[in-house]
Every structure is written in structure tokens, then in C-alpha cells.
Design a protein around this ligand. Structure first.
Ligand code: 6PG
Length: 235
């Protein structure tokens, strides 16, 4: 049995119960880091699954002023665009109790990510690392962060060792993406894979069965994670 098939899975019947349970685990980890080091860093993903989680976290009492929040990936759009992950995070997470957290964006007001990636990389170096917590989602095609299967840039993002971010240009989504590299996403001792729905759980179970045989980016991720990850799933 491969190591990744033994990964811990927390399963709850509702997205809301799962979000509250995951928020408990995240808050505990962030508080421990703040108690130990006076600061913490939280890497979050975009998409739709995280909404109840962000809403739950925004209501949790925590020294949020000691927490730096950044993204696992971003669509290359300004915050005025409804597809912006930064806007999604600011709308649902960085409010109420969590309003005092520091947010580090992965977007620069440049025409393409190629023009802005160096500036983003420099900015990210200021985020406390190793990251305290990294939260990932997964698409139905097995992508995580913006590590999309068969997309220009994914292989480079999987092998990059210097830059913290890399550019991926999938043909299956409207915008070019900037993503934390696999190496950057691994620079933590606490990862959560947050998924919702039977289809995604079935895909994860398929990958966990024999990750070495899978070409999905999530498979490469789960092989690399070495027990640092807990899967939170509604199914
Ligand atoms: C993004 C996310 C991405 C997301 C998956 C799942 O920018 O879209 O970072 O990796 O986690 O696409 O998205 P859903 O939660 O919407 O299914």
C-alpha cells in the first residue's frame, strides 16, 4: 500500500459542518504558530469550495493581525474582475474578526503574468515561511492550485526550485494563471485538501489507490506531501 493511500480523511455530511471542522483545525494551527513565533502564514485557494470555510474563519477570534494570508494561485485579473481570487478572499475571509490579517496578492497590474511574476515573487519572500497552513482545492480534471494537467507551464511549476511562483497558461480556463510552485506548496508541515462532492472524492480515491500510475497533478502533489496533508471531504 502506498504511503499516500494512508492519508487521513475527515468526512462530514454537509459543506457547512466540514467548513466548521476545518476552520477549527486551521485556527488551532495558526494559534500555535503565533504562540511560538508571534506570527503565522496561511495560504488559501480560490474557486467556490472555500466560501463556507472563509466565512467560518472570518468569525473566529484569533490574533489575526499576526497572520499573513496569501493565495496558492491567482487568475491574472485585477481585483475589479469577478474572477479574482484576491477579491473572493477579501469578500469572504478578510472581514469581521479576520479583517486585521495582512493579505499578500499574487497579481501585479501588468498586461501578462510574464511581466509581473518577478515582482510577485519578491513580494512573496516577505510572507513567513515555512507556511503555517496551506489549503488546497482540486478541480474535476485533477488540478490543484493552478497546476493544470497538460497545460503550458505546469511541468515547470512542478520542478521549479528557485522562484516561489510560476506561470501556467491552461487552454481550459479563461485567464493565464500565476501559481505557487510545487516546491513552495510543500514548504509547510500542515496542508489541507478541501473538496466537496462525490465526483472529486472518487477522483481522490482513484489517485490514492495508485498515485504513481496517475497523470493528474493532484497525484504528484499527494505523492510529494509525505503525510503533511489531511483531506477534508463532504463525501
Ligand atoms: C482557483 C483555485 C483552484 C480551485 C479548484 C477547485 O483559482 O480556481 O485555486 O485550484 O481550488 O479549481 O475549485 P472549486 O472549489 O470551485 O471546485
Amino acid at each position: 500500500m502506498s504511503a499516500s493511500s494512508k492519508l487521513p480523511i475527515v468526512q462530514m455530511d454537509s459543506a457547512e459542518d466540514l467548513a466548521q471542522r476545518l476552520a477549527d483545525a486551521i485556527v488551532e494551527k495558526l494559534q500555535s504558530a503565533i504562540d511560538a513565533d508571534g506570527k503565522a502564514s496561511l495560504v488559501v485557494s480560490g474557486g467556490s469550495t472555500p466560501k463556507p470555510l472563509f466565512e467560518a474563519l472570518s468569525q473566529r477570534a484569533l490574533p489575526w493581525s499576526a497572520v499573513t494570508v496569501t493565495l496558492a494561485d491567482e487568475r491574472w485579473v485585477p481585483e475589479s474582475d469577478s474572477d479574482s481570487n484576491a477579491t473572493f478572499v477579501k469578500t469572504h475571509l478578510l472581514k469581521d474578526e479576520a479583517a486585521g490579517a495582512t493579505f499578500v496578492s499574487l497579481y501585479e497590474d501588468q498586461k501578462t503574468p510574464h511581466d509581473g511574476v518577478s515582482l510577485v515573487n519578491e513580494r512573496l519572500k516577505g510572507v513567513p515561511q515555512p507556511f503555517t497552513v496551506v489549503i488546497l482545492g482540486m478541480g474535476g480534471d485533477g488540478h490543484t492550485a493552478s497546476l493544470f494537467p497538460d497545460a503550458p507551464g505546469t511541468e515547470a511549476a512542478m520542478t521549479e526550485t528557485q522562484s516561489l511562483v510560476s506561470i501556467v497558461e491552461p487552454s481550459t480556463v479563461p485567464q493565464a494563471r500565476i501559481t505557487l510552485t510545487l516546491r513552495a506548496l510543500m514548504n509547510t508541515d500542515c496542508q489541507f485538501l478541501h473538496i466537496s462532492g462525490q465526483e472529486k472524492r472518487a477522483l481522490v480515491d482513484e489517485v490514492l489507490g495508485d498515485p504513481a500510475q496517475s497523470t493528474y497533478p493532484i497525484a504528484q502533489f499527494l505523492q510529494a506531501t509525505n503525510q503533511r496533508i489531511t483531506i477534508y471531504s463532504t463525501h
